[in-house]
Design a protein around this ligand. Structure first.
Ligand code: C5P
Length: 230
């Protein structure tokens, strides 16, 4: 099984290139950011206050635990049609809203919440990367902030995707998803980097700066890294 771990900050283009990479090799695709977003969406829907200076960590952890253990959450790992579901309803678009983007760090910053998600992500990676799963090529591409370091530090391919801040800001602003253009990626990265380390590569992790690369060039560089590992 080939496990490909890709980390990087907001707006670097991780999701699009990770999906294309998984599709190229017929691997499964796991968007761990979508899992954190789904948790924030779920908490907001339960009326939990995520704006407070000091959020209620216990209530949030309990809500996230229920979200997973009571089977409210599901996702599709097909890179050509990745989706996130809550109670069988497709919430893939809603979790990209500016409301969720601006509240997700309040949820992902809670360590016990991370433990729930990390365990779920590890089991997805083990299951989806196996030959009898979706993945015809027996592999999985997982992307996020702590995949190369915490979730799957022994992955066969580990990459930190980076780009200069102004480039990332411009890419986000150019995205057509409702509300996302207004987002300040630097503020979210600052909050996120308190609990995850994605601004510099850990030992053994390749850095790919795509500030001056096209999408195709970034994808080709990743394909080459995976081919070396096969
Ligand atoms: O990648 P994306 O922008 O969708 O991630 C949304 C949020 O989920 C991040 O801003 C971060 O707070 C959280 N996240 C995380 N660890 C990951 C992936 C995402 O904390 N592995």
């Amino acid at each position: 099984m080939i496990r490909v771990a890709i980390d990087g900050p907001a707006g670097v283009g991780k999701s699009s290139v990770s999906k294309a990479l998984a599709s190229y090799f017929s691997f499964a695709y796991l968007d761990t950011g979508a899992m954190y977003r789904a948790c924030a969406w779920w908490c907001l829907r339960q009326g939990i206050d995520l704006d407070a200076e000091q959020v209620d960590e216990q209530t949030i952890t309990q809500a996230v635990g229920d979200f997973f253990t009571e089977d409210h959450f599901d996702l599709s790992v097909d890179p050509d049609d990745p989706k996130v579901f809550a109670d069988n309803v497709d919430i893939s678009e809603e979790i990209r809203s500016s409301e969720v983007s601006s509240h997700v760090s309040a949820v992902s910053g809670i360590i016990p919440v991370r433990h729930v998600l990390i365990a779920a992500q590890r089991s997805f990676i083990e299951r989806e990367g196996s030959p009898d799963s979706y993945s015809k090529g027996a592999g999985v591409v997982a992307e996020g902030r702590d995949i190369t370091t915490v979730v799957s530090p022994d992955a066969e391919v580990r990459v930190l995707l980076t780009a200069r801040e102004e480039v990332r800001q411009a890419r986000r602003a150019g995205q057509s998803v409702q509300g996302v253009g207004a987002e300040n990626v630097a503020a979210r990265d600052k909050a996120d980097s308190k609990v995850t380390s994605f601004l510099s590569a850990a030992e053994g992790v390749s850095t790919l700066d795509n500030s001056d690369l096209t999408f195709e060039q970034t994808l080709d560089a990743l394909i080459a890294l995976v081919e070396q590992a096969i």
